[in-house]
Design a protein around this ligand. Sequence first.
Ligand code: ATP
Ligand code: LTN
Length: 334
Amino acid sequence: MEEASKKRVFSGIQPTGGFTLGNYLGALKNWKNIQDEYECVYSVVDLHALTVRNDPATLRRQIREACAMLLALGIDPHKSILFVQSHVSAHAELSWLLSCYTQFGELSRMTQFKDKSQKHPDNINAGLFTYPVLMAADILLYDTDVVPVGADQKQHVELTRDVAIRFNGLYGDTFRVPEPLFTRVAARVMSLQDPAAKMSKSDPNENARIMLSDSSEAIVRKIKRAVTDSGSEVCRGEGKQGVENLMSIYGGVTGRSFEEIEEEFRGRGYGDFKAAVADAVVAELQPLQQEYQRILSDRGYLDGVLKEGSERASSIARKVLSRAQKRIGINIFR
Ligand code: ATP
Ligand code: LTN
C-alpha cells in the first residue's frame, strides 16, 4: 500500500561514450539518492543514441556497460526499475502519436537541437529533430510525477509538459503532467578547459572532462591542468568561472557549500585546492569502478536484471499507451 502512495520518477541516460563526472554530479548521484523517497524508473535510452552513427558491436557493448555502471553507482534493482529503452516497444509507439501533437516550430526552438545540428552539419537527421518527442514519450508512459535531470534538459521537460497539457486539453485527462527536479549543487558541471561550456562526453578534448572510468592518475592530471585564472584566491566572482567550477565539483562530491569551501581554502592557493579536489574525486570514484568491473563480468546477473526491468516497465507502459490510443480513436479492438 505504502508503495502506491510514492510519487513516480522517470529518468534516462544515453549509453554512448561512457559517463562523465558531469553526468554523475548533475544527474546520476541524485538518481541513487532518491530511490527510497520515490518509485523510480530508470532507462538506458539506446534509441536516443541512434541520432549519431554508432558501430553495432560497440553500441551493444556500451549498452551493457552503461547498465553495469548504473548498478555500480547504487541503482538498486530491488527498489527501482532499470531497463533498456528499445526493450519496451511502447516508447517508439507513443513517440509517433505525440509527434502529431508537437509543432515544428516548438522543436525548432530546442537549444540542444540547434547546438547538435551546428556541431554535426553533415548528419542533421529527422531523429535528432524529433528527439524531444521520444523523450516526452519516455516520461509520459510511466505516469511520471518528477524528472530528475541536469539543467541542460529543462527545455525538454517543459516541452513534455506542454504536449501533455495539449493532449489532455483535446481528449480529457490522459497523461500526468511531470515536474523537473534539479540537483542543488553541481547542476551544471563545466568543461575543465573552457568553463563557459558544459562538460560533455562528446567534447573532442579529453582533458575537458573526467570520465567515471578514468584512472586516478588521469583524474589528478586533468584537474591539475584545469583552466583557472591568474589570481590565487579560492572564491567565486567575476572572471573566476574556472575556480567556481572546481568548487562546485568539490562541493558535489563532499556535500560542502561554497561558503564552507571558501573557508577551508582561505589563504591556501590553487595548488592545494586542486590537490584536494582531485583527492575527493578519486576517493568517490575508486570504489565505484571496482564494483563496475565486478558487475560487468557477471553477464548472467546483468542480463537478468535488465530482462526483469523491461518486463516491469512494459506492464506500466502498455497501459498508458493503450489509454492514449483509445482516447485518440485508434487500435479499435482493444
Ligand atoms: P553530450 O554532452 O554528448 O550531449 P551528455 O553528457 O549531456 O551528452 P546525456 O545522456 O545527454 O549526456 O545526459 C545525461 C544526464 O546528465 C542528463 O540528465 C543531463 O542533464 C546530465 N548532464 C550531462 N552533462 C552534464 C553536466 N556537464 N553537468 C550536469 N549535468 C549534466
Ligand atoms: N535527453 C536526455 C536523456 C533522456 C531523458 C529521457 C532524461 C532521454 N529520455 C527521459 C529524462 C527523462 C539527455 O540528453 N540527457
